[in-house]
Design a protein around this ligand. Structure first.
Ligand SMILES: NC(=O)c1ccc[n+]([C@@H]2O[C@H](COP(=O)([O-])OP(=O)(O)OC[C@H]3O[C@@H](n4cnc5c(N)ncnc54)[C@H](OP(=O)(O)O)[C@@H]3O)[C@@H](O)[C@H]2O)c1
Length: 258
């Protein structure tokens, strides 16, 4: 990928740009001018050029990254003529390829879902449809998962939301340890390190089902088994699956309402 244009310099695209530069991407990066202070700061720190208009971004870039919120896409599309030969990477949650192609006529659209961990090159990068150049470039940001169809992409978007919910859940868990008298930093370390233990084992052994790995720890009579029994009595995953269902329903019902 030789030149990348960013349409919508915001929370997510800023982190993508930082992650790309941190990984050594040396190509031209052109930024849209809106939110000029933010764009100028990003441009000066990470070697990007702030263009005079969105059209200038399009004209000067081979690949465009769409990073505006869903309700801003239509208006932005009216400002620019994309033309053939451009690749449009859309980060917009819930907006499908048919709609994006209608808005940006002629562009070849690739949908991508990633998280703020792009900044530290540790994000999950979900891509649909497969596109070798996009995959190659964005693999610098983390772990690439290419999906076979668009409905799977919508389902994967729920996982991106889950990533955000984890912070709140972890905060609540951390608070319990703090309430028992542990210093906040130590509680955080204890929590994240135990989570990492679990993730490392689960990633190390991809063949054993996750529930079997848990059962090997929560054997009868153990403290782990006692706590698990209480969690199961309260159907502890139900709030999560209800939230998954609600978000997936919204994602698939109306692609513009986000
Ligand atoms: N944040 C995440 O963690 C995350 C994760 C997955 C997917 N996404 C997706 O990423 C997209 C961006 O999310 P975000 O959180 O980064 O939003 P954001 O911080 O609000 O960034 C969007 C940026 O686009 C700008 N913008 C709006 N209309 C524009 C136009 N016509 N031309 C140029 N720039 C324009 C906005 O400017 P104003 O502020 O002036 O309107 C803002 O700077 C969304 O579609 C979301 O679904 C985000």
């Amino acid at each position: 990928m030789q030149s990348l244009g960013v349409l919508g310099v915001g929370e997510l695209t800023e982190k993508v740009v930082k992650g790309l530069r941190n990984s050594g991407y040396a190509g031209q990066i052109n930024l849209s001018p809106r939110n000029q202070q933010r764009a100028l700061a990003l441009g000066s720190q990470y070697g990007c050029e702030v263009m005079v208009s969105n059209q200038a971004v399009v004209d000067r870039s081979e690949v465009l990254m769409l990073g505006v919120r869903p309700d801003a896409v239509e208006r932005l599309s009216e400002e620019v003529a994309m033309g053939p030969g451009k690749t449009l990477i859309s980060l917009v949650a819930g907006m499908q390829i048919a709609e994006l192609s209608r808005c940006f006529h002629g562009a070849s659209v690739v949908r991508v879902m990633l998280s703020c961990a792009a900044e530290i090159n540790r994000t999950t990068v979900v891509i649909y449809p497969a596109n070798a150049a996009v995959q190659q470039c964005l693999s610098a940001l983390g772990t690439v998962i290419v999906l076979a169809d668009e409905s799977a992409f919508e389902t994967a978007t729920v996982a991106a939301c889950m990533n955000g919910w984890f912070y709140f859940w972890l905060h609540e868990l951390q608070q319990w340890f703090v309430d028992q008298g542990l210093p906040e930093g130590q509680a955080r370390k204890l929590l994240l390190s135990n989570l990492e233990d679990c993730l490392s084992s689960a990633k190390h052994d991809l063949k054993t089902p996750l529930a079997s790995m848990g059962s090997a720890i929560a054997t009868p009579g153990t403290f782990t088994a006692k706590g698990l029994e209480m969690l199961e009595k309260q159907n502890f995953s139900a709030p999560w699956t209800h939230a998954f269902d609600a978000v997936l329903k919204d994602l698939t019902a109306d692609s513009k309402q986000r």
